[in-house]
Design a binder for this molecule. Sequence first.
Ligand SMILES: Nc1ncnc2c1ncn2[C@@H]1O[C@H](COP(=O)(O)OP(=O)(O)OP(=O)(O)O)[C@@H](O)[C@H]1O
Length: 574
Amino acid sequence: MTDHPAKRLTHAFLFDTATLREAVRMFQKENTPVLAVIDENYFVEGILKASTVLSYLEENRDLNLPLPASWIEPSPVLSSDFSAEDYPDREAAVPVTEDGIFLGLVTSQAVVQELKESSVSSRQNAEILDVIFETAYEGIAVVDELSRITKMNKAYRNFLGIPEDEIVEGRPVTEVIENTRLHVTVETGSPERGKTQMIQGQKMIVHRIPIWRGDKVAGAIGMLIFEGVSELYHILENAGRTLPPLSAAPDVPMPTEEESRQVTFEKMIGTSSALQQAKSRARKAARTKATVMITGESGTGKEVFAQAIRSMSPRADEPFVSINCAAIPEQLLEAELFGYEEGAFTGARKGGQAGKFEAAHKGTIFLDEIGDMPLHMQTKILRVLEEEAVVRVGGHKVIPLDVRVITATNQNLLEKVAAGTFRKDLYYRLNVIHLELPRLKERKEDIPSLIEHYVPLLTEKHQLPEKAFEKEAVAALRNYSWPGNVRELVNLLEQVLTLTDNQTIRFKDLPAVVTGSTASDSDSSFLSQERGKSEKEIIEQALLEAGHNKTSAAKKLGIHRTTLYKKMKELHIT
Ligand SMILES: Nc1ncnc2c1ncn2[C@@H]1O[C@H](COP(=O)(O)OP(=O)(O)OP(=O)(O)O)[C@@H](O)[C@H]1O
């Protein structure tokens, strides 16, 4: 049937049987071939002579004779999106089959038109479904009857950290999704809704739905509904519903108070692939004891990531000790980190004091702004890490330590290594797993979700009525370059929400730096806008206005607390 030059049909025309008979008789007189047999791709398979058609019709046989094609003008007629089975009752459509395989339809012009239209609309529907599939917040995976993956959307791939060029289609689902039961759904044909599944060490909520075709299970769909159990509770809380008693939802355990308090990956807003990839890498890191170095611009969420890693690690219930290396005066750093014995220096407490490393024993220590660690301290930290023990300042006793170290910096440490201001050996010791956090402008698509997340929190914090941003305002926020990343976004939202009386925040309510054409990558913080004045004056003024509360002064200046400490140190502000 295939030894013919494939040509498109001009008209896949034929008629209902009675009309066909009429037409054939008419054409017979003129000795014109009347019928094209088309294959499953709607290419011409053959042409039947009118007499042949007649005899076939009379004998009630399928029109499946292979005949050479010759006369048809190329022209697309139908797409192959539909199947004859979709039109079983169409009196005018005669399915052409061979050995049970559908080859084409022979039908009237009107039906052709209808089919064409329906194939266009089914293509459009397929396109809509594709968009839903790809943009869904939920992870969706589809498997066939042999439990092999046939489709997996971006959200799921990102969650699992599957690189873009890795093909999962065709692979057994059990190889790709941890602890999956989709193959069981295919075997049993029973749906499972609202089940929990441990994926990457996190309790996820999933639905597993079998796909029935006739009386056979043709596959199953797996959906990762929420990013995690606590997210579900967060949603229920937002909806103002009372949480179901445990007995009513045996599969959804209530989070403990500690779990609710902890920063987890679910609480990190954003579904962009940049963020999801970082989360996926961090989840993997969480399971190990390896040191993690988190890099990224200021305000990208390095501290939040460090806390989330701890919450997902086997050390979740052990201490998390965070220390900002840039905020502590150099001469105090050693005692702060390693502790001291009584009499170690003037003013040392009676009985001495444990340092941060000791306080983090069995848990996690987070060394923020590690790039600001003075060289001599770097050497000491390296020794502590290598010996897994600490000796307090002024003491001799070796205190064994079991501490997981996470560090963060917004500096380029390799440059510092090259410049000789950061120890190379320490760099490699700390950089076992490297997490680079994306800038907010690299994940603009997350901005609307961040707004949605923070607006109710901020209105509640300031006891304001419910407020919402109009589309144009959100668009402007999306287009801004956010040099201060999420922190800047949160500060700006807070500022706009508190300063705008209306319930709808409009484009014109946004600060000029966002709406104006001047928006650029340059530092747009309040501090830089006030550059005319001396930096010292501005900082002193802000500190004064904030009643010397450094956290609120830093907020007012639009800079991080650490930066404020650093600047205070530089500018000799006491
Ligand atoms: N994905 C996110 N979802 C929600 N909030 C976020 C996210 N990322 C960061 N934030 C918020 O942004 C602010 C800054 O985050 P964080 O302090 O972790 O940044 P950082 O990178 O450690 O900054 P710096 O380098 O200046 O210390 C915090 O209020 C944090 O809650």
